[in-house]
Design a protein around this ligand. Structure first.
Ligand SMILES: CC(C)(COP(=O)(O)OP(=O)(O)OC[C@H]1O[C@@H](n2cnc3c(N)ncnc32)[C@H](O)[C@@H]1OP(=O)(O)O)[C@@H](O)C(=O)NCCC(=O)NCCS
Length: 200
């Protein structure tokens, strides 16, 4: 929450009650499925930053559904534990659907025969530790992990005005291939080959 500030609170209309619990539940489910893809950087004994790298989003969704996490989240949301209004949930679902469509459109940039596309789901460095190479180190390590999986490409989305993040991704070889948008504005979709060589 400290890493993303307002963009997290967007879904709860500025109030943070319950959002920690929602994030905890989501991160715990991802950790259960993909412990090797969740990396934390320690700085002075604290969490300086983290990255979440997912080799296959369909497998993550399968895990979330088959292990009952989705129903658990729905139950907690209905009980009011997360403090998120219906409108925000619908907007979140619409955003996720937009990302899924952008994934389908990406097919023209990736050669399916070479393998599927992994995802950098999230990366953030604590504001106190930014600009010291932690983001670069985390992403580099995450890409190293993804290269050991069967994924051939890796994708991420970044806001056009997020210059530090764009610079980081470009440094590590990501290329802007398309655009999508959600309720908070546009996203640039960036792609990188994990096996070297061109994207297609
Ligand atoms: C993006 C983010 C993870 C980068 O982490 P970081 O530890 O500060 O990054 P690094 O120190 O490794 O720097 C990476 C590159 O970004 C550049 N950079 C860092 N801060 C910058 C700034 N304020 N403006 C422009 N570029 C910047 C650095 O110059 C570096 O490029 P270089 O190696 O070519 O000099 C961090 O800014 C962050 O947590 N932002 C908020 C969360 C976020 O936006 N996540 C990405 C969502 S897509």
């Amino acid at each position: 929450m400290e890493g993303f500030g307002q963009s997290v609170l967007h879904y709860v209309g500025g109030a943070s009650s319950g959002i920690e619990r929602a994030l905890h539940d989501i991160f715990a489910a991802i950790l259960e499925h993909q412990p090797q893809g969740m990396l934390v950087a320690e700085a002075e004994g604290c969490i300086g930053g983290y990255v979440i790298a997912i080799p296959s989003m369909p497998y993550l969704w399968w895990h979330v559904i088959s292990r009952g996490h989705l129903w658990q989240w729905a139950k907690r949301w209905l009980q009011g534990d997360y403090g998120i209004e219906l409108g925000a949930v619908l907007s979140l679902a619409q955003n996720k659907a937009g990302f899924a469509l952008s994934q389908i459109r990406l097919a023209r940039h990736t050669n399916k025969a070479r393998g599927h596309t992994a995802q950098i789901l999230s990366i953030a460095v604590h504001p106190s530790y930014r600009g010291q190479g932690i983001g670069h180190a985390l992403l580099h390590k995450a890409l190293g992990y993804l290269a050991t999986t069967s994924a051939a490409f890796v994708k991420l989305e970044v806001r056009p005005d997020n210059l530090p993040a764009r610079r980081l991704y470009e440094d590590l070889g990501f290329i802007a291939v398309s655009r999508t948008c959600d309720s908070q504005g546009p996203w640039i979709v960036m792609l990188k080959s994990l096996r070297g060589g061109p994207l297609t």
